[in-house]
Design a protein around this ligand. Structure first.
Ligand code: PDD
Length: 286
């Protein structure tokens, strides 16, 4: 059965020819996206994702065409018409259609669409066994706090990870003190040293929705949290490491560039955060 998608206020079969070749998302990558988990027909942390999208749209001076409650209603309709209860909702907004001149067009309405897909397959038992990661140069720009649809660096990084048999690629940059990690190609990163949870500060990274929840949980279980630059030598020598994202949840990292992290198995503090996050997920559904 063909999927139905939401496009500018209406529902269409996925194959309907909707987007114009003049769309600025297509021509310039002038757009934003979000990815929201759908669990049992409800949406995980819907408000926070829409809030992030609205904030980024405001930053880019892109009018945001819907209220949160309207979008939630449309998203719930997608669940009904597609019969998908456990999935991932992809939302995209572009600046709309206009002749191809770089500057913002006047009086152009944004295009907004949502697609609900079944949840992707994760590698078998990865949440229990942990995953391998590689490093990849952070060749991205200075506005990584925006979830823009310009994802070529992320795509290249993820493809390299796949070629090397790893789950994720972690972006690295350098400063006078050495090489540091920023985030994954589609995830936020954490390391644990003793009882301290370290995660890169919100400096040119995406403010991950899952990251924020995990920081809240860590506080509740009395861990110390430090948001600061995370250097490669520390990461390689840390006791435990994990990554977070809407799709990955809390995922232990057991090897980086083929070097074991600690004993090369998921650590107890990571497992604790993972299980608390899992148990709280129901309470974050909307
Ligand atoms: N990616 N950092 C980057 C660069 C990301 O693309 C993502 C999410 C995250 C984690 O954010 P959150 O916890 O809000 O999902 C961090 C989505 C899932 C994607 O690209 O499909």
């Amino acid at each position: 059965m063909e999927l139905y998608i939401f496009y500018n206020g209406y529902f269409y079969p996925q194959s309907a020819p909707l987007l114009s070749v003049l769309d600025r998302g297509l021509c310039f990558g002038d757009g934003l996206f979000e990815l929201i988990r759908c669990i049992g027909g409800k949406f995980l942390l819907f408000d926070r994702h829409i809030q992030r999208m609205r904030k980024s749209a405001a930053f880019l001076e892109m009018p945001f065409p819907y209220r949160k409650d309207e979008l939630l209603d449309y998203a719930r309709k997608l669940v009904k018409v597609n019969g998908i209860k456990d999935g991932e909702l992809y939302l995209e907004i572009t600046r709309g259609e206009a002749p191809r001149y770089h500057e913002f067009p006047r009086d152009t309405k944004p295009n907004f669409f949502m697609v609900l897909n079944a949840l992707r397959q994760m590698p078998e038992n990865c949440r229990e066994k942990g995953v391998k990661v590689i490093t990849f140069p952070d060749i991205r720009w200075g506005y990584c706090h925006l979830k823009t649809i310009n994802l070529l660096p992320n795509i290249l990084a993820k493809e390299m990870a796949k070629k090397k048999g790893a789950y994720e690629a972690l972006f690295i940059r350098g400063d006078e003190k050495g090489t540091y990690l920023t985030e994954g190609s589609s995830s936020s990163i954490f390391a644990i040293e003793g009882d301290v949870l370290i995660t890169p500060e919100e400096d040119n990274i995406l403010p991950g929705v899952t990251r924020a929840i995990v920081i809240e949980i860590a506080k509740q279980v009395n861990m110390k949290i430090t948001e600061r630059r995370l250097y490669m030598n520390e990461y390689k020598a840390c006791d435990e490491a994990f990554l977070t994202s809407t799709v990955s949840e809390v995922l232990p990292v057991i090897r980086i560039d083929n070097k074991k992290i600690a004993k090369g198995i998921p650590g107890p503090k990571t497992e604790k955060l993972q299980s608390v996050y899992r148990s709280l997920m129901q309470s974050y559904l909307q």
